[in-house]
Design a protein around this ligand. Structure first.
Ligand code: TRP
Ligand code: SF4
Length: 404
């Protein structure tokens, strides 16, 4: 209970769909690699989430988990700074999911857009299951069990983080009451110390008397960034700002990943289900072959036809990989039919192959020594569990599930 307040914790997860591709890398992983040096990061493989749609055949699950983990390490996730683990190794996620399920109206889950969408898209599977309906709530538990401040995800996951926020709010409203809250909160204000105490009081008054939301945000930032107060006091101070009670489960925010469009080999979005991907650790020769055959502007049939880079998926890849000089060279050469498509692809192929070679090199020691990967996630789960246990301890207490 007296551990220092986690100021800026980041959490995200990925389902173990098998080997990752360049779309996954530029859409999420690359961002995680940067975040790990700026925040306290927790990244996990969501194996339970995988079961919500893939419950029928789980025979490749372990292989897929291992492949994803090696891809993470190959992409540059550093277990020395970020905590990497597997969801099912931290059973607290499941316990919090169960407890939250008691207070979550069915309508909230039925209204999440991905619920109906996915059922439509995956018609061949029976997704009218209890587990699939609960997918976003399990995700909420994943996030809340670490009291994460930020969740880096793409556009498609925003609704899930929104549900997480609503769930946290409801939980705090129901259980975030302490008998002597006011007195404890006032003591916590004093413990901020000197100028911070004064600033907190001023900002709180501004918000409560004038509804100044900027003051609220500044006060929240002041509390969040204070490392000297205890977790419990931090919750009281956050709750006291809005006059509600203790914030046991803080509301996370989305860190929207700026995702470049990564086209697949056929011009559609790169996706495993389209079979149009380039793997993160694919054979360089195979990568070259694939890129040479990649779809270009369909209107450019002959070498002498001018093309339009705006209608060419190869040019979308140039946007991801090439600098301004190469891009303008490609645009000019394409529009004037000055260069051929293979010529246009050459600098791109070089960049992609170079990137993939780096990944393969970093992956090698983990491919050769699976016990290294097992060690990393064992350590990760230990660290994650420590945080998760502390949250569950407070949650159980707040719900009177503990006799004390
Ligand atoms: N639903 C996410 C996806 O499909 C994966 C996920 C599970 C997740 N739990 C999470 C992402 C918690 C962020 C936070 O991409
Ligand atoms: Fe696409 Fe380049 Fe060919 Fe133009 S020259 S169609 S941009 S590959």
């Amino acid at each position: 209970m007296s551990s220092p307040a986690p100021a800026r914790r980041v959490l995200s997860g990925m389902r173990p769909t098998g080997r990752l591709h360049l779309g996954n890398y530029h859409g999420a992983l690359r961002n995680w690699v940067e975040l790990q040096y700026q925040y306290e990061c927790y990244f996990f493989v969501a194996d339970w989430h995988m079961l919500t749609t893939g419950y029928e055949d789980t025979s490749h699950l372990q292989e897929h988990i291992r492949d994803v983990l090696i891809d993470w390490l190959a992409a540059g996730l550093n277990p020395g700074v970020a905590t990497l683990f597997i969801q099912s190794h931290v059973p607290e996620h499941a316990e919090l999911h169960l407890l939250l399920s008691m207070i979550t109206p069915l309508g909230w889950l039925e209204r999440v857009p991905s619920y109906k969408d996915q059922q439509e898209q995956l018609k061949e599977k029976d997704l009218a299951t209890y587990g699939f309906l609960g997918y976003p709530l399990l995700q909420a538990a994943d996030i809340l069990v670490y009291r994460a401040a930020y969740v880096p995800v793409g556009e498609d996951q925003v609704a899930h983080v929104e549900l997480t926020r609503e769930t946290a709010r409801r939980f705090n409203h129901l259980y975030g009451r302490e008998p002597d809250f006011e007195a404890k909160a006032e003591r916590a204000v004093k413990s901020l110390g000197g100028r911070n105490t004064t600033t907190y009081k001023q900002l709180r008054r501004k918000f409560q008397e004038a509804g100044d939301t900027e003051a609220l945000q500044r006060a929240q930032a002041l509390v969040q960034s204070n490392n000297r107060i205890t977790v419990a006091d931090r919750e009281r101070l956050l709750g006291y700002l809005e006059g509600t009670g203790v914030t046991i489960l803080p509301e996370p925010q989305v860190l929207l990943t700026q995702t470049p469009k990564v086209p697949g080999l056929d011009g559609r979005k790169m996706s495993k289900s389209y079979g149009n991907t380039i793997g993160l650790r694919e054979e360089p020769d195979e990568v070259v072959k694939k890129l040479r055959a990649m779809q270009t502007d369909p209107a450019r049939v002959r070498r002498t036809d001018p093309g339009d880079p705006e209608k060419c998926p190869v040019f979308d890849l140039h946007r991801v990989y090439s600098d301004e000089a190469v891009r303008s060279w490609a645009v000019a050469g394409c529009r004037s039919a000055g260069i051929g498509c293979l010529e246009c692809k050459a600098p791109l192929i070089e960049k992609v192959v170079e990137e993939i070679k780096g990944m393969r090199k970093r992956a090698q020691e983990f491919e050769e020594n699976p016990e290294l990967v097992r060690g990393i996630v064992a350590e990760g789960a230990d660290k994650a569990r420590e945080v998760a246990r502390a949250t569950l301890d407070e949650v159980r207490g707040a719900m009177h599930l503990r006799a004390d």
